[in-house]
Design a protein around this ligand. Structure first.
Ligand code: PLP
Length: 472
């Protein structure tokens, strides 16, 4: 492609991007397509001859866009936010244009050193002590895998990578029922096995791990010859925001020599607001913490911030070249690929720099505070609405509810029908979860472009569609 064509299209795509975002409210949030629509629109075989970009772009608009679920829609209240702001998009465009590989200091000095500085900016933003050093992982799942591998190697005195697990004593890792499925997968991939992921009962309104039950499980496991290795702590779990008492759990972990990893993938962003930090009180005792700026901080996927008290343990687990350990940190050169499972890395620190400088922490705090306030207002409205009940109260901007009108019998089926009807309507998008086995509808606000009126409209849509269902 000629560079003049590239420039023309770059301008056309930014104009298209502006128009897309300025008119996004006119689109249904969830794609209204059937399985196979996209597949059938694509020829079965690749083209032999090249085509002009006009033709490709025409088909992009005609065939691809209808199959997009609009995660940047201000009325996306499903799953979790994956908010992207314009400065982040521009930074990622630059990264794409330069296309560097940022695995070693030498392959990308500016990216490496900016990553060091940006992770320290994020650390300060969350109010974490300067004992932590950070690295950008592609996602929280990768950070949790890296932490589980570190737990494994530390507990086995670094013999796992060398000898494999078959001859080792049985490792045990502890967590609650509220952790994300990425924890299960990390346990499988690390060769520890699902049977050795011990689920500790939760208690209280935050649905957090019971520290006494954790301690009892560790002691019981030791008594039968198992090797307790680590604990994974949930802060703002995916289903309902379930949160462990971080300080008390870290205390048990420390007393028993266990490595602790905090998964605050979604909720961590809110810790830029000091008033929300009680949610993870005591976190400064944790060995490892992950949160996703690519969820609720305006920095688009992929950008997961992983903080470690002692990165040497992680590097010792994942570095291919042992001699690197001798120089690690002493010559000022960091090779971040040795802090993560993948070797290749994009220049992800650039979007952190663009976003933090564009909005400042004050701008980002204002966004998060608004989302929390508007969600709580919607919670209050549904709590007072006849026929509705709150299942779990707000954790930051996430709560769950259920439609349970007088005389209704199969509430799970009724609420599934309500969610489906809301999503077919298209004005807003919600998803469901299970709480103690029963179906509950989730609401979370977190899109950067969401307004107070959008959240109020979500309440109107929920009440209107529920009322229609009651009449039919
Ligand atoms: C979203 C989420 C994850 C997974 O994040 P990825 O970056 O997609 O791997 C893990 N844990 C929690 C609590 C989450 O909310």
């Amino acid at each position: 492609m000629d560079w003049a064509v590239f420039e023309t299209w770059g301008k056309r795509i930014s104009a298209w991007g502006r128009q897309y975002h300025e008119t996004i409210r006119n689109r249904p949030v969830r794609a209204q397509v059937a399985p196979g629509d996209m597949l059938n629109a694509l020829p079965a075989s690749p083209p032999e001859q090249g085509e002009p970009l006009d033709a490709v772009f025409r088909d992009f608009e005609a065939d691809v866009m209808p199959g997009i679920t609009h995660w940047q829609h201000p009325c996306f209240f499903a799953y979790f936010p994956a908010n992207a702001t314009p400065p982040s998009m521009l930074a990622d465009y630059l990264t794409t244009v330069i296309a560097p590989q940022c695995m070693l200091w030498q392959t990308s000095p500016a990216a490496t050193e900016m990553e060091t500085r940006m992770l320290d900016w994020l650390r300060q933003s969350l109010g974490l002590p300067d004992a932590y050093e950070g690295v950008i992982q592609d996602c929280a799942s990768s950070a949790t895998l890296a932490a589980v591998l570190t737990m494994r190697e530390k507990a086995l005195n670094w013999a796992g990578n060398e000898q494999g697990l078959s001859g080792q004593v049985r490792l045990r890792i502890y967590c609650s029922d509220e952790v994300h499925t990425s924890v299960d997968r990390a346990i499988w991939v690390a060769g520890i096995g699902q049977e050795n992921l011990v689920r500790i009962p939760t208690k209280g309104s935050m649905r957090g791990m019971d520290p006494d039950a954790l301690e009892a499980a560790i002691v019981a496991d030791r008594a039968v010859g198992f090797l307790p290795a680590g604990v994974i702590i949930s802060v703002g779990g995916t289903g309902t925001g379930g949160t462990d008492p971080v300080g008390a759990i870290c205390d048990v972990a420390q007393r028993h020599g266990l490595f602790s990893h905090v998964d605050a993938a979604w909720a961590g962003a809110a810790m830029i607001c000091p008033e929300f930090r009680t949610l993870w009180q005591g976190v400064e005792a944790a060995d490892s913490i992950v949160f996703n700026p690519h969820k609720w901080l305006g920095m688009q996927f992929d950008c997961s911030a992983h903080f470690l008290k002692n990165p040497d343990d992680l590097v010792r687990t994942l570095a291919i070249r042992p001699e690197y350990l001798k120089t690690h940190g002493t010559d000022g050169i960091i090779n971040y690929s040795e802090w993560s499972v993948p070797l290749g890395r994009r220049f992800r620190a650039l979007k952190i720099w663009f976003v933090l400088r564009s909005y400042g922490l004050d701008g980002l705090r204002a966004m998060i505070r608004d989302h929390v306030r508007w969600s709580v207002a919607l919670h209050d409205r549904l709590a007072a609405a006849p026929g509705f009940e709150i299942i779990t109260p707000p954790v930051l901007s996430l709560f769950t509810f259920r439609f349970a009108p007088d005389g209704a019998t199969d509430l799970d089926a009724l609420n599934q029908r309500l969610v489906d009807a809301i999503n077919d309507d298209g004005r807003i998008y919600l998803t469901q979860t299970r709480v103690n086995g029963a179906l509950a509808i989730r609401f979370q606000a977190g899109q950067a472009s969401c307004t107070e009126a959008d959240v109020a409209m979500a309440g109107d849509v929920i009440l209107e569609i529920a009322a229609q269902m009651e009449r039919t």
